[in-house]
Design a binder for this molecule. Structure first.
Ligand SMILES: CC(C)(COP(=O)(O)OP(=O)(O)OC[C@H]1O[C@@H](n2cnc3c(N)ncnc32)[C@H](O)[C@@H]1OP(=O)(O)O)[C@@H](O)C(=O)NCCC(=O)NCCS
Length: 292
């Protein structure tokens, strides 16, 4: 095998890094699939473009957190992380299946953890034994994540009042709420998320909660000052869902979300961990897998 170089990613690497990411996660999803789940599919062209757009955005905000492993002219691994104030997060991390188990993942992780310095850390982890081993050794606590899946029974949806469409003027109080819940605002990530999702906010008490809801009605990031506001926001997302839906990244401190999902007749599943270092488990909060 060619020797492997660990180096910072540049925009020129994005297309090859995306291909490596698709191959890596397709193999991992196939390996970890439960019999009740559908056969994993390769990433669609649209999802591949979204991956590249998101990584390009991370490169513009915090390029020094974005690392790849290269052999010849092939990208064989990637670890994309970001610092926001005193918080570090890992957006994605993988090594091509036929290159795993040779220390490439460890070197990539060393690079992004050096970038984190002594910041608090937060990310959503798969169940991969090599990954979870490395995270725990690096001082992360692993919080098992639940997810709610199924089709919402529309007869259960309550009348939700007091929510509004959000806009950029809301970002200041949203960042304050973020700081209370996770130690740092999402800062520029709010602009990015607003470009791709519907933003719903509760402005009660100067701003008490928000949710980004994607075009399939899934809450991709939700933060609230108390569980009741969190539940209202989640009901708003479920009301806009079509067909089978998903509520992801629910840790044990967020059973308020489980209660909403059960009331909507969704099923509880279990999926990976929220890895946390140097901060309490965020609640009421549903992390975004990509922006944490
Ligand atoms: C997780 C991943 C990035 C690790 O990369 P890698 O190059 O295989 O990792 P390394 O060879 O550097 O091994 C890292 C550590 O995990 C251990 N490890 C690796 N594969 C393992 C396995 N299958 N079972 C148990 N431990 C394993 C290694 O022994 C090493 O630990 P050590 O340094 O204490 O000895 C890679 O396996 C991967 O891409 N997995 C699929 C995608 C995924 O789950 N990504 C994580 C997203 S949060």
């Amino acid at each position: 095998m060619d020797s492997v170089e660990i180096r910072l990613m540049s925009a020129d690497d994005l297309a090859k890094a995306e291909r490596a990411s698709d191959t890596t996660f397709l193999a991992a999803d196939r390996r970890d699939r439960r019999v009740s789940e559908p056969e994993p599919e390769p990433r669609s062209e649209k999802a591949a473009k979204q991956w590249i757009d998101r990584m390009r955005y991370f490169l513009t905000v915090d390029p020094e957190g974005c690392w790849i492993a290269v052999a010849g002219d092939e990208v064989v691994g990637f670890a994309i992380s970001q610092n926001r104030d005193r918080l570090w997060f890992l957006a994605t991390y993988g090594v091509l299946p036929d290159r795993q188990g040779h220390g490439i993942g460890r070197q990539l992780m060393d690079a992004v953890l050096a970038h984190a310095d002594d910041r608090a850390g937060l990310f959503s982890s798969t169940v991969h034994p090599g990954a979870t081993r490395r995270y725990r050794v690096a001082g992360f606590t692993l919080h098992p994540q639940m997810r709610m899946v199924g089709t919402v029974d529309r007869s259960t949806i309550p009348a939700v009042t007091g929510l509004h469409d959000g806009r950029a003027e809301d970002f200041d109080w949203m960042d304050r709420l973020d700081r209370n819940l996770r130690g740092a605002g999402h800062g520029p990530d709010h602009h990015y998320l607003l470009g791709l999702n519907r933003l719903v906010v509760s402005r009660a008490g100067g701003g008490s909660g928000y949710a980004y809801i994607d075009d399939r009605g899934r809450a991709v990031l939700l933060a609230a000052a108390d569980p009741e506001i969190g539940q209202q926001l989640l009901w708003e997302a479920l009301a806009s869902s079509r067909g089978s839906t998903l509520v992801n990244c629910i840790t044990t401190a967020n059973h308020w979300a489980i209660d909403v999902g059960l009331a909507a007749r969704l099923d509880i599943g279990q999926e990976g961990y929220l890895a946390i270092r140097g901060m309490p488990e965020p609640a009421p909060y549903l992390a975004s897998g990509h922006f944490l």
